[in-house]
Structure formats: C-alpha cells, structure tokens
Design a protein around this ligand. Sequence first.
Ligand code: WTA
Length: 656
Amino acid sequence: MYLIRVEGDKMSKDLDTLLREKRIFKPSSDVVKSSNIHKWMEKHEINDYDELLQKALDNPDWFWDELAGELEWFKQYKKTKKWNPPYAEWFLDGKFNIVYNALDKHAKGPEKDKLAYIWEGESGEVRELTYLDLYREVNRFANVLKKLGVRKGDTVSIYLPMILELPIAMLACAKIGAVHSVVFSGFWAKAFQERINDAKSKVAITVDGFRRRGKLIELKENVDNILDKTPTIEKLIVVRHEGLNINMQEGKDIWWHEAITEMETECKTEEMDSEDPLFILYTSGTTGKPKGVVHVHGGYAVGIYTTLKFVFDLKEDDVWWCAADIGWVTGHSYIVYGPLLLGVTSILYEGTPDYPDPGRLWKMIENYGVTVFYTAPTTIRMFMKFGEKWPQKYNLDSLRLLGTVGEPINPEAWIWYHQHIGGGRCPVMDTWWQTETGMHIITPLPISELKPGSAVKPFPTVEADVLDDAGKSITGGGGHLVIKSTWPSMFRTLYKDPERYVESYWSRFPNIYLSGDVARRDDEGYFWIQGREDDVLNVAGHRISTAEVESAIVSHKSVAEAAVVGKPHDIKGEEICAFVILKEGSGSTEDFEDIIKYHVRKEIGPIASPAHVKIVKDLPKTRSGKIMRRVIKAKVKGEPVGDTSTLANPEAVEYL
Ligand code: WTA
C-alpha cells in the first residue's frame, strides 16, 4: 500500500476534515494480482475497477447469477430476480438452505477437519471446532429443537453472549427452517421479553452467565425476571457456561448439555424456498419501537458470500477475525454465515478488546496468525489513545487486509490503523452497510485506490446516489444517501409491520431506498458517509434511537418528560445526553442523575445509558408542544441555536 497523491491541507482531528482529505493510497500489485476479484475479472476479461463497476451496473443479473452458481441449490432457481419496488424477490423458485452451503457441504468435503471456529474466552480458555465438529453439534441441537416441537417457520429467540453455542443455535434453527431472532446479550432482559412477545416464540435460549471485563453477568437470573411476561414460551434452554448454581424451573427450563446428550449427530436439512425467512434482527428506527428486519435464505446467502469473497478477499488458508458481536448484523453476516459459506477459519472472542490489557487483540492476532481483521472505528480510536506501544509488542506480520464498519472513520484513525496495525501494507476496507442491507453496499475492493475516510464506491451492481431534498442527484455537497437498485441480501420487510417498511424506507423518494444517512460524493465518485440524518444515534458503532432512550427514561415513575440528543465524542463518535423534567415533588435532583442512568441501563442496556443527565425545569417546545431537538442539539454542541421565534417557551433554552 503506498501513497500516490497528497493535495490540500494536512489534517486535524476534526471529522470535518473528511471534506478536505486528499490523500490517495494505491494497493501494491501483489495485493491486486493475488486478489479474488482480480482473478474473477481476468476470467471475465474485465480490465479495471471502473470497467467492473460499469459492466456490473449494466448486467446485474449476469453478475449475481455467476456468484449464485458457486453455491449449491437443491433445485435450480428459474428467475434471478423480480424487482417490483419496494418489493424484491431473488432466485425465484429455487430450493436452497444456507446451512447446507455453510456446513453440510464442508462436513462432507475434504475440508471437514479444518477449523471452523477458534473460540477464546475472556479468561484465555480456548475451544476449537472443526467443520465436522460444528456440523455434529448443529445437528444434535437441531434435533433438540425438533423434539421440543419447533417446526419450519417457527421463531426461536436467542439471548446468548459470544460463545460457540450462539452460532450453533442459529445454524440449528436455519437448518430445520426455523427463524432465529437473536437479542444482543448486552441488552437488558426486557429487550428479550419484548422481542419474544413480538415473535411469539415457544422456545428461547439463554446462558447461566458470562463475564465482561471479569465481571459476572448472571443472564439466566435476569431472564427469570421476565419469563412470567412471555406467555408463549414453553421451554427455555440454558447453556452452562460459567457453572453457576442457578434456579432451574421444573418442566420449563432445560440444560443444553443434557438435552443434546441422547441426540443423533445427523439431522435433515430442510429444503427451503429461496425467499423463506432466515432470521429477524431488531434494529433502532426513529420511533421507540425497534424494527424487526427480515432476511431470507437465498439472496442473503449469495450477497454475503460474494461480498466477503470480493471485499475481504478470503481464501482457503485465511484466518478471519471479525471482532464484532454476533448480536448485531455484522456478526450475523460476517462471523456466522459469511465465513462458513466460504469455508474459512474464524476467530470468535468472548470478551472485551482491552481486557486484561490493551494488548489483548494484538496478542490474539499474533497467536492465531490472523490474516484479515475487521473492527469498528471506535475500537481503533480507543487503541490510538492507548498508544502504539501495545501493538508494537506483538508480531502482526500475518495480517494482509483490514476492515472497518459501523460509523464514519476519521482519516487520522484510518492512517493510524493502516500504519500501526497494518504495517503500512494492508489496504483498509471501510465498508458502509446496515442491518437492512445485510451485506456491504458502499465499499472498496482490494484493487481500489483508497482515500482515508471514504467508503469508496458502491459494490458491483449497486446503484447508490446522493440526493438533495428535491430528489436531484448531487456531487460535492451533503445529501440523502439512497440506493436505487435492489441487491440480493436486501431485507424483504419489517416483521409484522409492512406499512412501516414502505413508510420508513421507500416513501421519502418513491421507490428509492432511503438509508437515513447523510453522505457526500466527490468528483471522482467516492462516497464520504457523514452520519445519520434522523434521530438515530451512533454510539460506539451501535445504533440507538433517541426515542427509545426517551421512552425508557419516561417510564421512570418520577419523570415527566425527557429529550435525548447526541454529543460528539472523540472515541465513541457520539455520546448520549439526556435532559429530564421531573414530576413535582420528586425530591433532590442530584440523586436523579444517577437514578436515570441506572434506570436506562435496566430498561435497555449499558450501551444506551446516557453519559450525561441534566435535570431541567423546561424543554424548548414549539407552540404545538413538540420538543425542538434541533435547538437542544445546537446547545449541546456549543453551536448557535438559531431562530427560536417559533418556540412557545424561548426561556427554556437557558435551562439547558
Ligand atoms: C453507520 C452496521 C460510516 C451508518 C453494519 C449506518 C457507517 C449504520 C459505516 C448502520 C461506515 C455503518 N461508515 N457509517 N463504514 N458502516 N455505518 O444497522 O450510520 O447496526 O446507517 O449496521 O451504521 O448500523 P447497523
């Protein structure tokens, strides 16, 4: 990787410098020539990146047919896609199961003894599973689910930390045609309760407990507190991970390890329709109610297989580490399904990246010879703060490619990552995508010239654009980031909320996908993502809606009203600031700051707990009573509040 051009001014720490970043890095010819995409282009007589993008845009069905052909179909599909915006169907009339391709195929092939996962616990304990081991474990657990009456189309709710039983449970569901709904283990059990009730699961899965930063989290005990509010649950399967002495409810709770003992290691893989649902994953939108994003077997598999193969260039001998949590889409696509579809070895790490010291990740990269590493900008910024002495202690020569996801990366963090982790030789794939897109949408390929801070260009066949308010395509200025085409791993709907699917994503510009992000495209067609345009926060790469946090706060009995806004933060990108009006006679306001933080922690989880809580007498409102978040945001950022003439109570600005 070498610098080929520098123009303009040098950088400061500010994200605004994204607008002025002018450095360009070119991958070395070794990187280019050995890449999967280069070989594929040679096969199809495509000469360069631009030609690839043009050819794919002109012939999207050709592109996806080629890649879908690398997977195995029980019955060949008849039609590549039906695109009747906003509704897409892909690989119509095909019979397929993602698990057949991710697992069954490998367990029967020469790669059966290859490691699928190397798991490392926070305390340093290691567990390894070959493809054959994983296949057997998945089959045994799939037989447990069947025995408990789980059938094709049923939804199973899963609340597990980063342990091997999590991918095993997901794959077991998919194998028998059940739909999994995984709830991030960092959420409080109430989120699990709401998602179980939304999906009406009969069976749920959790763990006795796990450790974060050495601290024990007793998940089963938390789940016990909500189970009386989940009437559909008949059985709760509990993984014994920490060996805790927990209460097991007779007739309802089942130990995972006991349930699998008598099970066969073979289980039939259900032949699914390409369009049958694979999973629901809830994500934050602009209202307090999370959206259940639905993905399907066929298109989703083809999309993530292709992106992982071409963007992260994975090959047979790679050791891949996507250091995300499986509870988010990044983990679903690129820890569980993607790497297994490609048959590579992945690292699964249970714990916190800087525990017990800031050398943890780098030590693991050295120990396991990790070749491709994928993490979030917030993690990189945290390690920048710890200093390069930590990565310098370890040999990171095995790395050949790096990636980031989740939020905009500031050029300074990009350069640090490239230099101190990638040794100046590893291209950095800044991948922009969302729970809804399922796969990378705007991303470099290893053959692309890179500009630090830019997610480069749309993946082949994807037609992304930046529109002004009137819907006109613009270059240079910031605008709405949209997608005008369909892609195979596009979400198909919002679970039980088809109207919201249309209204949230496809109505602002009719039949064009509205991402909710603001972006800028420069005159070379590079995309620079600037962040959310709606009331969704991005805290350390986690999507959190202000409305969700507000409704958690007002659920406290002493709270009358609340307004939540994001405040820029050096490491986390944004942090949560809450302004709260208490009910009359609630007592000392000082105590309330901590009480509210704790309350949100319990209602949603630590990631949503506000960094700052301020008790105020009033909030700025319009005459119709709507809280003026714009004014609060400006105040928090220290910017001019602008016109307050439409406020019913301009004096409220002073309280903030
Ligand atoms: C943000 C995570 C800038 C963006 C895969 C998006 C990014 C939201 C990037 C989706 C990136 C993700 N550069 N911003 N490379 N990747 N985002 O659904 O705001 O958890 O809309 O999916 O993260 O978050 P989600």
